[in-house]
Ligand binder design. Sequence first.
Ligand code: GDD
Ligand code: MN
Length: 391
Amino acid sequence: VVRVSDPSGGTMASDSSSPTPMPAVSLIVPTFNEAANIDELLDGVCAAIPAGLEVEVLFVDDSTDDTPEVIEKAAARCPMPVSVLHREVPEGGLGGAVVAGIARTSAPWIMVMDADLQHPPELLPQLIEAGERAAAELVVASRYAEGGSRGGLAGGYRVAVSGASTALTKSLFPRLLRGVSDPMSGCFAIRREAVDRAVQEGETRQEGGLRPLGYKILLELAVRCRPRGVVEVPYEFGERFAGESKSTVREGLRFLRHLAELRTSDKRARMVAFGLIGVSGFVPNLLALWALTGATTLHYAVAEVLANQLGVLWNFALLDFLVYRSGKPGRGAGRLLGFAALSNADLLARIPLMMLFVEQAGMGPVPATVISLVVVFALRFLLVDTLIYRR
Ligand code: GDD
Ligand code: MN
């Protein structure tokens, strides 16, 4: 077992002592407390691999139980190299584990499969063969393709959540996911070349690279690597062999965040998100203005200066959490101060504009504020996007 506390450190240990031929497939299996599934999974994988296909297996483990020791014992009776990377810092959850596994393996095909046997081990040769035949860079095992089924999704609730999140994801990436019926699949094979391309891009551009967050690692790879050629292999999602699912409501929220970040990774999409969040900030701002001018004797210009702070806070919270998740410079408080300063700078333009509408055109302060907000809006995006987040 290799134990790493620094996720970028550590080396890979192989349990096979004899020199083995270069593997064609690196099978990466993320595990979180799956001790009771390991024997069954490794037996299944061994039985499924046809003669002539070289496979190395790497478990990337974040367990708190004895899963790594169980894997080591089972590995001894496997014909192929099997190793475990245990992470002391489980950064990025399931997706982070897969990316750590990608970095520590080398075969031209990378395959990912869960440890609980919901993905039948026979998929391994099937996916690789389908990818080779079609010269595709990505092969997705799909529950939703013709001939597949989601039998093992327990209960109407999980079926509904899975269906809704698949539909939402496909609607956010209509072109990219055109040929993918199951973008949430946890079982797929991708050519290393495609991943390397995205990682290299990440070094030169802030928008490239991999930033996995939780369960949906396939989505991360499909969006960031833009694989050339995608095919699907239908399969029947089985019942869990032992133990229970590790997915939680918290994991669901993480997924929404992941989606928001992936969708806003280019500047144009970010501008749309900025606009939507900004417009939503009009609501607290105008409500506060309406309340302050109604309930106090404050001058409307002073009331708007105060009311604006509520809108600023609202906008910052949503932007900082959803749109600018990674690559945040400095501390939260520092970003809030910078953001608030820029957001309030617009008052210098807005207050005179607003007074013009009120004094000269006889408008009420609330409609005058609406117009002033819209006018100054575009300017604000450009300033925040370039000065606070340096995109
Ligand atoms: N290393 C690591 N770290 N592994 C994890 C973590 C983690 O934080 N969380 C879960 N895993 C491992 C589990 O041990 C299991 O091997 C695999 O990831 C999947 O976890 P499950 O909890 O069994 O997920 P699921 O059955 O609800 O959903 C799976 O299948 C769906 C259909 O393919 C996931 O793969 C989903 O992403 C997928 O949509
Ligand atoms: Mn499962």
